[in-house]
Design a protein around this ligand. Sequence first.
Ligand SMILES: O=C(CO)[C@H](O)[C@H](O)COP(=O)(O)O
Length: 231
Amino acid sequence: MDPRTLKIKAAAEALTYVKDGMRLGIGTGSTAEEFVRLLAEKVAAGLDVIGVPTSERTAALCQELGVKLTTLEETPVLDLTIDGADEIGPELALIKGGGGALLREKIVAAASAQMVVIADESKNVDTLGRFPLPIEVNRFGLAATTIAIEKAASDLDLSGSITLRMTGGEAFVTDGGHLILDASFGRIPDTRALSSALHAIPGVVEHGLFLGLARVAILAGADGIRTRTQP
Ligand SMILES: O=C(CO)[C@H](O)[C@H](O)COP(=O)(O)O
């Protein structure tokens, strides 16, 4: 089955979690975009929901397709966030941020009563870290922040390249105006320790480890849909 079909299947299953009147967090990325397309069809058929987009890109798609939007200022408590992921590990710990929206994605997920992750089976892993961990950093002090991240990683026996994300020959800039460092650690056995160590570095705005946020992962594979849950 081609990758897009799998994404659509996962997105369609996620729609069953959406109920009339819900306040939604709406994720970013190609899988989340399939969800927005299906959601827009339901909205056109009469479903009444309102959403907080996790990126300017998602906001633009929602506006184009007629999905009503709000902000966390107007609607600070959400019922459900649907979003993709780059990796889904034990206890539904995630790596996110491949699309560069990790800061807003984490804020929106944390403001939601439930987070449902949608992906194809290839994103399910035994240990997080094969996908480079996105770390959003302030522009100021980039070199010093990078050294501090290397030191924090080394203290946890993690090593690997840490590279500034580029796009079209220029540094990638997030919706919040920050930069992204992609850290290729290979394996991250202790995600909580790394999360705490990164949060302790002043130039780190946020990182792509999503711990204790996802409650459901909908995984689409050649054999059908599999749902993983985390109490
Ligand atoms: O975290 C993300 C964006 O910041 C995305 O959810 C993640 O990169 C997965 O994207 P895709 O569905 O395109 O594989």
